[in-house]
Write a protein that binds this ligand. Structure first.
Ligand code: PBG
Length: 328
């Protein structure tokens, strides 16, 4: 008697059979591609720690988004880099700030593109924290004043024509405050994707170079979650759902696939995972040295995030992954 083959060997001997029995698949429509938008014209400044990622002026942003659309990416998320910063991040919620202007121009040039905007103040405050802080609070957000500004920022983006807002400040009650402000202004149909389970992570390092948002004192551990905690993430998600989140996010993705799985099993709404800057840069750095096959590893990572339960994947690999999917 030959040994009974139990490893799906008979189903792996043709590429068609492999595809037929594959449990997880990727499509470009799952991806949301992040973009950093800055003031000026005709500029495309590379971000040193993130090969392939640029700080773009709005004209360059439109060109890049058009290229992404060509390979099937339908959604982008915008982060603003203002020309001036202050203690309360006023460029973040100004109607004439960089992100509202970019939204208006993008929607005019590419009306079918789904434009999400990150709602936070860390890119706009001179101290680099995600909201209003006081020197002696050691980075702890002053919650209620922060809520007010995040709501204002969301309304400024809504007025500009954004398709979805994504609050990432981790202020308590931010989803509720934003929902109420949007509803008051007639934006009842504008969805909120909340960064519900956001960990205090070293993986955000390259993003802070890209967005110029490293905290100048204290750190974000005061309002982002401890990587050692899982139950806390479930509680955060529950609260954001109660407050009216339409999509909940887990961030980062890779070191938190267990959290993603647990959230996906429980969530009545779609779940997003943010494959963050450090996760991207590590792949790029190792691939540049020839230590790994960058495309293969990127696809494996994205597949693992999908397999863990993500409905939406925010990733800097979006365009190369969409190209790879089209080529195979
Ligand atoms: C906050 C925000 C951050 C990221 C997305 N939104 C930075 C932070 O919390 O420090 C990080 C994303 C990444 O690392 O790619 N506005």
């Amino acid at each position: 008697m030959p040994f009974p083959l139990h490893r799906m060997r008979r189903l792996r001997n043709s590429s068609w059979a492999r595809e037929m029995v594959r449990e997880t698949s990727l499509e470009p429509s799952l991806f949301v591609e992040p973009f950093f938008v800055r003031e000026g014209k005709g500029k495309r400044d590379p971000v040193g720690a993130m090969p392939g990622v640029f700080q773009l002026t709005t004209d360059a942003l439109i060109k890049e988004c058009a290229k992404s659309q060509e390979v099937g990416i339908g959604a982008v998320i915008l982060f603003g880099i203002p020309s001036k910063k202050d203690a309360v991040g006023s460029e973040g919620y100004s109607e004439t700030g960089i992100v509202p202007r970019a939204i208006r121009e993008l929607k005019k040039a590419l009306p079918d593109l789904y434009v999400v905007a990150d709602v936070c103040l860390c890119e706009y405050t001179d101290h680099g924290h995600c909201g209003v802080v006081s020197q002696d609070s050691n980075g702890l957000l002053l919650n209620d004043p922060t809520l007010e500004l995040l709501a204002k920022e969301s309304v400024a983006y809504a007025d500009a024509g954004v398709d979805m807002v994504a609050p990432s400040a981790m202020a308590d009650g931010q989803v509720k405050a934003i929902r109420e402000a949007l509803d008051d202004r007639g934006f009842e149909n504008l969805p909120i994707m909340s960064y519900a389970a956001k960990y205090a992570s070293g993986f955000y390092g390259p993003f802070r170079e890209a967005a110029g948002s490293a905290p100048q004192f204290g750190d974000r551990r005061a309002y982002q979650m401890d990587p050692a905690n899982a139950r806390e993430a479930l509680r955060e998600v529950e609260l954001d759902l109660e407050e009216g989140a339409d999509v909940v996010m887990v961030k980062p993705a890779l070191s938190y696939l267990d959290i993603l799985r647990r959230v996906a099993e429980r969530s009545p709404v779609p779940v997003a995972a943010y494959n963050v800057s450090g996760e991207y840069s590590m792949v790029k750095a190792a691939a540049e040295r020839g230590w790994i096959d960058g495309e293969r590893v990127a696809m494996e990572i994205l597949t693992s995030i999908r397999r863990a339960g993500a409905d939406i994947i925010i990733t800097y690999h979006a365009r190369e992954a969409a190209r790879a999917l089209a080529a195979h």
